[in-house]
Design a protein around this ligand. Structure first.
Ligand code: M6R
Length: 368
């Protein structure tokens, strides 16, 4: 049932192009309209929303962090992202104009479930983004956007994550449409880009060998650093989480701009630093990350950049460049996470760990 793969995780990484196209299927009409049938919240209610709170744990929380950038940019509603386990213990400000978005692959995570119960008690509407039909979180939500990743067996979430990103983009565009934003052409452009995503992701997967070669010899490293800015920041956190979970190695993700506020002090000569580099030339973000790469390199770090193909600056400063097909900045996480998933899977394999069932972890965390 692993289809010739050594691990479910690796199989699931390679299933992502299909998982993404299945998640997009039937949600955008040829007339250019988004149809999310599972949103049983009236357009009037959605138009009254004045705050969005995104809730999730672990990888799902990182998907929420990416969603904040996209939704605030497209919909212009303030959006908070919070760890579900923290939410109800801080007396959050929630009312009937608040929309909560609960992201959960399993639909059974106790922290997330308790958080949405609390939100609904305060009168908020809740939309679940979930991969498991009929699970508890969608049943206790006002609406649900299902991801169609298929069963995810590896404890480390991979296709669960990228399909959550897709669902978050769809939700953002849907809210923009419902709220009548002057946005029609832009929605079409973004949908076209999303529809091209499975093929682009396939081309990243076709170069998996480059990542495997990179991983060889690195399994003896003890510390790994991941940096990124903007939507690359949650991807840095996700890259680090994957390594912690299955390779049991110390890995940390930082917002690249924070390095000089402390973390750069831990850089030792030879320490691997992965940088998620935004597309070149569209804003200042790219150049900022390239300078961060220079800064860590000057301290002797081994720099590995995940960057857009034909980026003609990054290769001057990064020792290794992993190329991604061109996409807009907000959508880049869908592609940028893939090499980091492959890297963690390969390191854990080289270490002889049980990749699918890492120690101390369960696939669904049904206790708070
Ligand atoms: O099923 P959920 O999406 O609610 O799970 C949330 C987290 O427990 C989960 O993402 C966890 O962090 C994964 N093991 C990450 O790979």
């Amino acid at each position: 049932e692993k289809d010739g793969y050594d691990w479910f995780m690796r199989k699931e990484i390679f299933e992502q192009p299909k998982a993404i196209s299945d998640t997009l299927l039937g949600r955008y009409s040829p007339q250019g309209e988004l149809t999310l049938d599972e949103i049983h919240i009236s357009p009037e209610t959605l138009r009254r929303v004045n705050k969005i709170i995104i809730l999730g744990c672990g990888t799902a929380h990182y998907a929420g962090m990416v969603a904040k950038y996209a939704i605030e940019h497209w919909v212009r509603i303030p959006c908070e992202v919070e760890l579900a386990s923290e939410f109800r213990y801080r007396d959050p400000i929630v009312d009937s104009q608040t929309l909560c978005v609960a992201i959960s692959q399993s639909g059974e995570t106790a922290d997330t479930l308790q958080a949405i119960r609390h939100a609904r008690e305060q009168g908020a509407k809740v939309i679940a983004i979930c991969n498991t039909n009929g699970s508890t979180i969608p049943r206790e939500s006002d609406a649900v956007i299902y991801t169609y990743a298929g069963p995810e067996i590896g404890v480390a979430s991979t296709k669960g994550f990228t399909t959550q990103l897709i669902a978050c983009y769809l939700l953002g565009l849907y809210l923009a449409q419902v709220r009548g934003m002057k946005f029609g052409d832009e929605i079409r452009t973004i949908m076209d880009e999303l529809e091209a995503m499975p093929a682009k992701m396939q081309s990243v997967l076709d170069h998996a060998d480059q990542i495997y070669t990179l991983a060889k010899g690195m399994e003896d490293e003890e510390d790994f650093i991941f940096i990124g800015r903007h939507v690359g920041y949650p991807i840095a956190l996700e890259g680090a989480l994957k390594l912690k979970e299955i390779a049991y190695l110390h890995a940390e993700g930082f917002a690249a701009g924070e390095l000089k506020h402390g973390p750069i002090a831990i850089i030792n000569p030879g320490m691997p630093v992965f940088a998620v580099v935004p597309p070149q030339g569209r804003d200042q973000l790219h150049d900022k990350v390239v300078s961060n790469i220079q800064e860590v390199r000057a301290r002797g770090a081994r720099t590995i950049a995940v960057a857009e193909q034909d980026d003609n600056e990054v290769d001057q400063f990064a020792e290794v460049v992993i190329s991604l097909p061109k996409v807009s900045t907000l959508l880049q996480p869908v592609l940028a996470v893939v090499p980091l998933q492959l890297f963690a899977c390969e390191i854990a394999t080289l270490l002889g760990n049980d990749v699918d069932q890492p120690r101390n972890l369960a696939k669904s965390v049904t206790v708070e």
